[in-house]
Ligand binder design. Sequence first.
Ligand SMILES: [Mg+2]
Length: 353
Amino acid sequence: MRTIMLIDMDYFFAACEEIKRPELKSRPTIVGADPKGGRGRGVVMTCNYVARKLGIHSAMPISSAYKIAPEAEYLPMDYSYYERKSNEALSIIKRFSGAAEQVSIDEFFIDVSLKVSNHDEALRLAEKVKAAISSEAMLPCSIGISSTKLVAKMACEKAKPNGIKFVGEAESKEFMWPLPVGELYGVGAKTRERLEKMGYKTIGDLSKVNVMALMDEFDSFGIELHNLSNCIDPREVVENYEIKSIGKEYTFGKDTKDDSEVIKSIKELSASLGKDVSAKKFSFKSVTLKLRYMDFTEHMHSRSIRPTGLPGEIAKTAVEIYLENVDRTKKIRKIGVRVSGLQDYKNQKLLFN
Ligand SMILES: [Mg+2]
């Protein structure tokens, strides 16, 4: 059986600020836009649990937070420090798993199928990971454990704050189906509204809808909704970038949802990557597309292909991956294309026919 853990740092930006200034732990602390005495624009990025108890939450307008707690500590984002703490957490996590996939600055998937064989062992390992992150990086986290990325992620939501939750493969549907449809991983606010209008309140309701009806409404995303609501999620944990890989990234001047603009950039990155691959006489056997969205969530999508050295395969595969995986509810900030499983093709046969 596959065992996947999602390790998610709790109130990450605010927790980082608490490391710098421990006295903040007992005060409402809000990281985000400058409140400017209540007239500020922008939103709360993260706040600590003292602030949450007052009713403040992330994505809330900073002016509303100020109305509730003018006396709170308001701090700007210190992104380079958060990135450093994130790397620290990642290197601790890797000690326990070998490979880890970073989903966003504070979330990591690991596949521990080879390390644990039952519920108790999985829990013990999760406790160890959690204790190490807490004592070494000084960061609180929550861990969800299941047989799929989807359910591990959703279990983690229920484990917060500072908890561990295991949902076995057999209990996955029982766990997921009573939850509101908006809690399904991958369903944003707009999709939730549409689903609710169609009369689906829970994930269980959605799971019973004919897949064709969902495709009429959502095109290929309908298939995904059908699969996810039925706990079908074959996605594997993909080590972000293997060592034997090369890649290129591009940040858009302005966040974009425009397919033609994104595809054009994917093709340009792929062409430039293709030149390097050809120059070094490499073959590759997988292509990874990274999408970082405006809210800083980051998704890696990889596809294995028959080993090849043909540079044109990079763009072709990357564009396919893009069209199948892009989350159209969010604008994209940055993209990356990477090829891995590199080999020197002089030592191989049959690659170029
Ligand atoms: Mg988090």
